[in-house]
Structure formats: C-alpha cells, structure tokens
Ligand binder design. Structure first.
Ligand code: SAM
Length: 243
C-alpha cells in the first residue's frame, strides 16, 4: 500500500479525516477549550518546555492546525529562528493564517500545506519537530514517523502529544462515558456536527497506547524514546531523539 495504491479503507479514512476538519475548523479553538476545560493549553505548554527549543532553532509543527504550538514556538525561537506550521487541511490552515495576521508574530513563521507522510523538506533540517493531536489521524503512522526522523537534524527531538490510555480504571470509565456521550452532544450544540465528534471519540479509543507508540518510535529509528503521562494518561507526551 505504500507504492501509490490505496485500499478502499485507507481512502475512506483520508476522506473522513478531511471532512471532519473542514467541518470543525471555524469552531475548532472554541471546542478545544470547551472539551478539555482549557487543559489543552497546559498540555501544550508542557510540550514546549520538553522540546528544549532555543533562540535560533528551526521548528516544524506538523498537523499544526490553527497554530497554537507554532505561535508559542515562534516567540521562543526569535527572529533568527524559523517555525513551519504544516497541515494537510486548508480550512484549518486558513484559521491558522487569520490568527497569525491578528497576532502579528514577527516574520519567522511559514505556513505550508503538507501531508505528514510526505514532508516537503530536506533531510536534517529541523532542531525540533512536533505533532500534537495529529498522529492518530494519519493513515500510515510508520511512514509519517520515518519522515519526521528524516527531516530532523542529528540530535534533534520529536515530540508527539496525543490522547493515550488512562492509567486508572475509574478514570478510564469516566473518560469513556465523557467522550462517547458528552462530546458528540457538545459537538452538536456548538458546531451542528455530532458525527465529527463521534469520529473523534472513536479515533481516540483506537489510537495506540503509551508503550505501543514508544515501540513505534523505536521502530521508525528514534533513540532514547520516553513518555510522560499527562492528566492520568488521558494524554501522553512521547519524546524521541535522532542520533
Ligand atoms: N496541532 C493542533 C492542535 O493541537 O491544536 C491541531 C490538532 S487537530 C486535532 C489535528 C490536525 O491534524 C488537523 O488540523 C488535521 O487537518 C491534521 N491532519 C490530519 N491528517 C494529517 C496528515 N496526514 N498530515 C498532516 N496533517 C494532518
């Protein structure tokens, strides 16, 4: 399936994901705050801390959507650094571009439409690559992880922020109820689109757990892969280094 042919299921998944993000783009930021009670901001701050980003660094924020991480990185790397906000979906990028214009972040941020599986960048280009709440939407995660490794400089870091597996049974049950009952209802109220939030709940349940993702990163060629559970493992931050 990596030779240009796609199975029906792969094709369906791509169409589904594209539809979901076209549909939610305009309300995406509001929904993020609502659904996570604002906690996604803390998860993202932690990601930036763990990235080790410094002035002058080059950063790629893949599946960057409306740009939360990219804007924070843009301030960190300063005028001598560079940040690329990349996403496959033009509706999400449009919201990102509009926010960028409002905030007027100094000219160190590029916006690029790109698929995580085929990154349009040379080898050894970035000090830091991030993908936040994006990997679970990617069809060939192994291919995407190898691409992220390729574009990192030796010594560079990948950070994967993603929903994961709650470490405690009670929390796990409560969270399941929340995501399958409350999320679609909230989604419908705010975006008139319950199906997209149903997809979200399902994609979270299907996503690999902490140890599986750690192994996937090793398999792709990353070294010193570690992870930190956030909010009881509802979310995990994985970090790997390119040798
Ligand atoms: N990173 C942002 C954040 O944390 O707020 C956005 C996350 S949003 C839940 C997921 C994003 O992944 C969407 O903007 C979607 O368009 C993007 N995406 C899905 N599949 C992708 C792919 N194959 N390559 C690049 N981006 C993709």
């Amino acid at each position: 399936t990596h030779f240009g042919f796609k199975t029906v299921n792969e094709h369906e998944k791509e169409k589904l994901v594209a539809g979901v993000f076209h549909s939610v783009a305009a309300k995406y930021d509001v929904m993020n705050d609502l659904m996570s009670f604002g906690v996604h901001r803390a998860w993202k701050r932690y990601t930036i801390e763990m990235s080790g980003v410094r002035t002058g660094h080059r950063v790629l924020d893949i599946a960057g959507g409306t740009g939360d991480l990219s804007f924070a990185f843009s301030r960190r790397v300063g005028p001598t650094g560079k940040v690329v906000l990349a996403d496959i979906n033009e509706s999400m990028l449009k919201v990102g571009r509009d926010r960028l214009a409002d905030r007027g972040v100094a000219g160190n941020l590029d916006v690029v439409q790109a698929n995580a599986e085929v990154l349009p960048f040379p080898d050894d280009e970035f000090n830091v690559v991030t993908i936040a709440f994006g990997l679970r939407n990617v069809t060939h995660k192994d291919v995407a992880l190898k691409e992220m490794l390729r574009v990192l400089k030796p010594g560079g870091r990948l950070l994967v922020l993603e929903f994961s597996k709650p470490t405690n049974d009670l929390l796990s049950k409560a969270y399941d109820t929340y995501s399958f009952k409350a999320l679609p209802v909230m989604g419908k109220l705010v975006t008139q689109d319950a199906d997209s939030y149903q997809y979200l709940a399902e994609s979270i349940r299907k996503h690999p757990d902490q140890d599986t993702l750690q192994q996937m990163m090793y398999d792709a060629g990353f070294e010193r892969v570690t992870y930190h559970n956030l909010t009881g493992g509802i979310v995990a931050l994985h970090r790997g280094v390119k040798a």
